[in-house]
Design a protein around this ligand. Structure first.
Ligand code: NAG
Ligand code: NAG
Ligand code: NAG
Length: 219
């Protein structure tokens, strides 16, 4: 079972931060000039690169922060972060430690995996299609392929690598939409989101699920 927690969060991109001075000369050691794994390591966090190939041949990069600075325990729940449109795994780390959502989760003791969908900077490769020479075939995809192929491939990869059978899925904008696409075979008839006001004796059975989780989906 996958417990899915879909949130909409406000990204604190440096672009909108008053601390950015665009007239400063480009410094190659500045955060904005670094690739995501190098940026994470620059801030003293561990980072792994994962390469995952989808059944339809797209070669995708995932970045992992296995643990943070504050908490390091053997049992760390897996959190899968899926970025929005025109974004990448950089979204979760650009604001830096204590602000970037990936760092916050890692410091809270989560095993954080950030994927990059096909066509983004880190995932612009295919086993036999060239994004420039075969542009019509390479770019012929939409939310559908992300939901039906990308997310399940990533989840299978994570399950295989971590031996966990549960993960938290956190999707921002398109990252949330594609999760719904993946689950589109499910029709919610009177779904239950909260049991807070329940008075039935059945509560004894379901009490465990009473708080916290917004959406719980059997996969
Ligand atoms: C921006 O950077 C330039 C060059 O380093 C500097 O002269 C200027 O004062 C800075 N502006 C602000 C608002 O910090
Ligand atoms: C991960 O990728 C980055 C950038 O491509 C590279 O600099 C780094 O050495 C890689 N890390 C590992 C552990 O392979
Ligand atoms: C799981 O990973 C191993 C090696 O890391 C690989 O040989 C195996 O094919 C993978 N299984 C699946 C279902 O992806």
């Amino acid at each position: 079972m996958i417990v899915a927690l879909i949130i909409y969060m406000t990204l604190q991109l440096p672009l909108f931060s008053s601390s950015v001075n665009f007239s400063e000369p480009q410094d190659k050691f500045k955060d904005s000039a670094l690739l995501v794994p190098d940026l994470i390591q620059k801030h003293g966090y561990p980072c792994e690169n994962h390469t995952v190939v989808t059944p339809d041949g797209y070669i995708l990069k995932m970045h992992r922060i296995p643990y943070g600075k504050k908490s390091f325990s053997e049992k760390r729940s897996v959190t899968y972060l899926q970025h929005g449109m025109l974004a990448s795994s950089a979204d979760w780390v650009l604001p830096g430690p204590r602000k970037g959502f990936a760092y916050i989760l890692a410091d809270f003791g989560y095993n954080v995996l950030m994927s990059n969908v096909r066509g983004t900077g880190y995932s612009r490769k295919h086993t036999y299609l060239d994004p420039e020479r075969h542009s019509l075939e390479f770019w012929d995809f939409s939310w559908h392929e992300m939901g039906v192929i990308h997310i399940p491939t990533m989840i299978d990869h994570i399950i295989n690598k971590t031996n966990e059978n549960k993960l938290f899925y956190i999707g921002h904008l398109q990252g949330a939409t594609v999760f719904y696409v993946m689950c589109s075979a499910m029709f919610s008839l009177a779904p239950i989101a909260s049991l807070k006001h329940m008075i039935s004796p059945l509560l004894l059975v379901v009490a465990e699920f009473r708080t916290g989780i917004l959406i719980s989906i059997t996969y």
